[in-house]
Ligand binder design. Structure first.
Ligand SMILES: Cc1cc2nc3c(=O)[nH]c(=O)nc-3n(C[C@H](O)[C@H](O)[C@H](O)COP(=O)(O)O)c2cc1C
Length: 384
C-alpha cells in the first residue's frame, strides 16, 4: 500500500503534486478537513509566489540541507535554514570547515530563507548582506527564540521587549539588502501575556511592515511559555485581521495535515510553517497538499517507502557532514521517523544503538524490510 504521496523528480526544484483519486482504499476520508477552498490561495512573499502555502520551518539542529531537500520533494514550497547568529555569519571565513554546512544552498534548494539572530543592529545588516551573497533568497529576522542563551544574550525573543531596537534592526537590514530580496520577521506573540507585551508586538509588526518587510511568521506562544501549552491560534487570527492583505505565516501546533488546513481556515493566515510536525515526517507536506486540493488524506507511507526516504536522507547527510556527524544527525532524525513505523519502540532502540554508517544501514535493512503499512504519528509523540 503506497502513501499516495507523490515525490517529484529527485532533482527538480519545482514541486507539483498530483491530484489524488478520491475514494481509494488506501486513503482515509476526512470530510471536515478536505479543503478545496484553500487550493487556490497562493502564498506570496514579496514578488515570490509559491506553489503551496506549506513552509518548512526554521528548526535549529534540523532544517539543514538534507532535511530541506527531503521536505521539498514532498511538497514544501519554501524552506528556512537553521537560525544563525550575526557574528557567526560574519566570522565564517575563519571557521569555514566545521560549519560550512549552514551555508550549503544548491540549485534544488530554492527558494530558501536565511534566518539571522543577534543583539546589535550594526552587526545584523552586514550579516544579512553576507547571506544574500551566499545565495539565500529571503532574509528572515528572528525575534522569537526563547532559549536562555539567546534571551540572556539580548537576542531572539528578547527584542519583543524593545520595539525601538527591534525596528532599528529591521530598518538597517531592509536598507542594505537589495530591494528584490524580501526581508521577513519571525516573532512569538510576545514576551508574556501582559497588555504591554501585546502592544509591543503590534508596534513591531506595524513598524516592520512600514519599513518594507514582505511577511511575518507568527508563533502563537509567548517567549516565557517556551513550548509549554498551546499556540494561540486566535491570536494569529487577530494578527491577520490587523495586517489585512500583508502576508502572515502561522506557526505552532502543526503536527498533522488536518491541523495545517484548520489553521488556515480558522485564522486566515496565508501560509503554514510546519516545524516539529515535519521532523521525520516529510509526508505531512503532501498530505496537506492532498487535503487542500480537496482530496482525501493519503495513507501513511508503508514501511518500504519510509526506508527509501531514510536511505536518501542519510545519503544527503553524508554529502554534508563527516561520517561521525552524519550518523549523529541521522540518529536524531531516525528516532523521529520511527513514529511512523508499526514497531516503533524496537526500531527506536536500534537507531539509538547504531554508531557507524554500516550499523545504521543494517537497522534499516532489518526493520524496514517487510513492506507493512505505516502509521500516522501520534500527536503527543511529536513533541518528544
Ligand atoms: C528543535 C527546534 C528548533 C527550532 N529552531 C528554530 C529556529 O532556528 N528559528 C526559528 O525561527 N524557530 C525555531 N523553532 C521554532 C519553530 O520554527 C516553530 O515556530 C515552533 O516549533 C512552533 O511550531 P510547532 O508547535 O508546530 O513545532 C525551533 C523549534 C524547535 C522545536
Amino acid at each position: 500500500m503506497g502513501s499516495q504521496c507523490h515525490v517529484e523528480s529527485r532533482t527538480s526544484p519545482v514541486i507539483s503534486l498530483p491530484h489524488r483519486e478520491a475514494g481509494s482504499n488506501s486513503a482515509r476520508p476526512v470530510c471536515d478537513d478536505v479543503a478545496p477552498d484553500l487550493a487556490m490561495r497562493p502564498l506570496r512573499i514579496g514578488r515570490v509566489e509559491f506553489v503551496s502555502p506549506a513552509v518548512q520551518a526554521a528548526l535549529s539542529g534540523y532544517s539543514d540541507w538534507p532535511m530541506r531537500l527531503i521536505s521539498r520533494r514532498y511538497g514544501a514550497a519554501y524552506a528556512v535554514d537553521e537560525v544563525m547568529i550575526d557574528q557567526f555569519v560574519l566570522d565564517q571565513r575563519r571557521r569555514r570547515a566545521r560549519t560550512k554546512h549552514v551555508f550549503r544552498v544548491t540549485d534544488e534548494d530554492h527558494p530558501i530563507g536565511g534566518q539571522l539572530m543577534g543583539a546589535d543592529p550594526e552587526l545584523f545588516a552586514p550579516a544579512a548582506v553576507r547571506l544574500v551573497e551566499a545565495g539565500f533568497d529571503v532574509i528572515d529576522i528572528n525575534f522569537g527564540c526563547p532559549v536562555k542563551s539567546a534571551v540572556g544574550g539580548c537576542r531572539g525573543g528578547y527584542h519583543l521587549g524593545q520595539p525601538e531596537k527591534a525596528l532599528e534592526i529591521v530598518r538597517r537590514v531592509r536598507d542594505v539588502v537589495p530591494s528584490e530580496v524580501p526581508v521577513t520577521v519571525k516573532l512569538r506573540r510576545g514576551i508574556d501575556d501582559s497588555a504591554a507585551s501585546r502592544d509591543r508586538f503590534f508596534e513591531i509588526v506595524d513598524g516592520a511592515f512600514d519599513f518594507g518587510i514582505a511577511a511575518v511568521t507568527v508563533h502563537g506562544r509567548t517567549v516565557e511559555q517556551k513550548y509549554k501549552g498551546p499556540s494561540r491560534w486566535d491570536f494569529l487570527r487577530e494578527v491577520k485581521t490587523h495586517v489585512g492583505d500583508r502576508t502572515v505565516i502561522g506557526s505552532g501546533d502543526l503536527f498533522t495535515a488536518e491541523a495545517c488546513v484548520r489553521m488556515m481556515r480558522e485564522t486566515g493566515v496565508d501560509g503554514v510553517s510546519i516545524a516539529r510536525g515535519s521532523i521525520g515526517n516529510p509526508w505531512i507536506f503532501c498530505q496537506f497538499d492532498a487535503l487542500r486540493n480537496g482530496n482525501p488524506l493519503p495513507a501513511p507511507p508503508a514501511v518500504r517507502e519510509q526506508a527509501d526516504v531514510l536511505r536518501e536522507h542519510f545519503a544527503l547527510a553524508q554529502q554534508c557532514y563527516d561520517e561521525r556527524r552524519s550518523v549523529g544527525q541521522m540518529k536524531k532524525f531516525g528516532i523521529k521517523y520511527t513514529r511512523l513505523h508499526p514497531d516503533r519502540a524496537q526500531v527506536r532502540d536500534a537507531f539509538v544503538a547504531a554508531k557507524t554508517p554500516e550499523e545504521w544501514r543494517s537497522v534499516i535493512d532489518h526493520w524496514y524490510h517487510d513492506d507493512r503499512p505505516g502509521q500516522y504519528p501520534h500527536v503527543d509523540e511529536t513533541t518528544e
